[in-house]
Design a protein around this ligand. Structure first.
Ligand SMILES: *[C@@H]1O[C@H](CO)[C@@H](O)[C@H](O)[C@H]1NC(C)=O
Ligand SMILES: *[C@@H]1O[C@H](CO)[C@@H](O)[C@H](O)[C@H]1NC(C)=O
Length: 299
């Protein structure tokens, strides 16, 4: 079976299968299977299937996926910093490398005890971001685990919270806009001090007497097309695209856009929970970005 697989990209379950076959010595933890700590190893605490990352006066911490992917869905359950989290940012994102990189970001901006966490999302295409949206959640993200996902296919990038879409970045190549589908992306998370901007615009500083600040993670899932670093972009795109021989679930027509139910959920999120949308910021963007005009017509 292995011999028939394309060299560059293989479905993740094949790799997971191989790891399981190789067996001994490989940790059974989902985290170890998919990810590795990026820095500050002494700021990681493992408790069964839960991983905790600490931010203190000396360091934050971060982890990254072992593989790079093109398309699919990544999900992790996160319980954000409890109590006073002002000044801290916890991020969960996908990113490619290089100056023209693509990036899909969840950034969780901490707050003083009792004040709401803010979820900021952003999308970078060819190295250009400035597409921030911010929302308050409909639950307290510090008391329980909630799932945060990024679905990525050739038609759309969807940010989901507990499977509710909070943002869609659609493919508008037919309007001349570049769409991220030519670079393999890694999956990352980190916690760091950002008290120069994060909480109430940087007015509230991190209170280190409340450190360590701990973000907890569990239920790591990546269902995507794994790419090898040595394969060029055009081949990767081909190998991670459905064809007569192979079908990828994320290319199913029903995933080319939100379902009607999801569109209603997104409208609800935008109406009830959105507190900032770059599309509506005429000070920053005197001319409304083209993708925003399109989104506007859609709803
Ligand atoms: C923190 O709480 C204040 C007051 O409720 C709110 O205005 C702000 O948006 C919250 N989040 C951040 C990141 O400042
Ligand atoms: C944090 O670090 C700074 C500089 O290293 C130090 O002056 C300060 O006392 C530390 N604060 C705490 C709460 O540990």
């Amino acid at each position: 079976m292995g011999a028939k697989l394309p060299m560059g990209c293989v479905m993740l379950w094949v790799c997971v299968g191989l790891v399981m076959l190789m067996g001994s010595g490989v940790s059974s933890s989902k985290f170890d299977e998919l990810f590795e700590p990026g820095w500050a190893l002494d700021h990681f605490v493992y408790e069964g299937e839960t991983l905790k990352m600490k931010l203190d006066n000396f360091s934050g911490a971060g982890f990254s996926s072992k593989n790079k992917y093109m398309f699919g869905k990544v999900t992790v359950d996160i319980k954000l910093v409890e109590g006073d989290s002002a000044g801290t940012v916890t991020a969960f994102y996908m990113s490619s490398d290089g100056p023209k990189h693509h990036e899909f970001d969840f950034e969780f901006l901490g707050n003083t005890t009792g004040e709401p966490y803010v979820v900021q999302t952003n999308v970078y295409v060819n190295g250009v971001g400035n597409r921030e949206q911010r929302l308050n959640l409909w639950f307290d993200p510090t008391t329980d685990f909630h799932s945060y996902s990024i679905l990525w296919n050739q038609r759309q990038v969807v940010f989901l919270v507990d499977e509710t879409p909070i943002r869609v970045h659609s493919n508008l190549e037919h309007k001349g806009l570049p769409y991220p589908k030519d670079q393999a992306m890694g999956v990352y998370s980190s916690i760091w001090n950002a008290d120069d901007w994060a909480t109430q615009g940087g007015r509230v500083k991190t209170d280190w007497s409340h450190a360590p600040f701990i973000a907890s993670y569990t239920n790591f899932k990546i269902d995507g097309c794994v790419c090898q670093a040595t394969v060029n972009a055009a081949n990767m795109l081909q190998q991670c695209s459905s064809s007569a021989e192979k079908k990828f679930w994320w290319d199913e027509p029903r995933l080319a856009e939100l379902s009607l139910h999801q569109s209603h959920e997104l409208l609800w999120v935008r109406a009830k929970h959105m507190i900032y949308d770059y599309c509506k910021d005429a000070t920053r963007f005197p001319v409304t970005p083209v993708e925003c005009q399109h989104h506007h017509h859609q709803h």
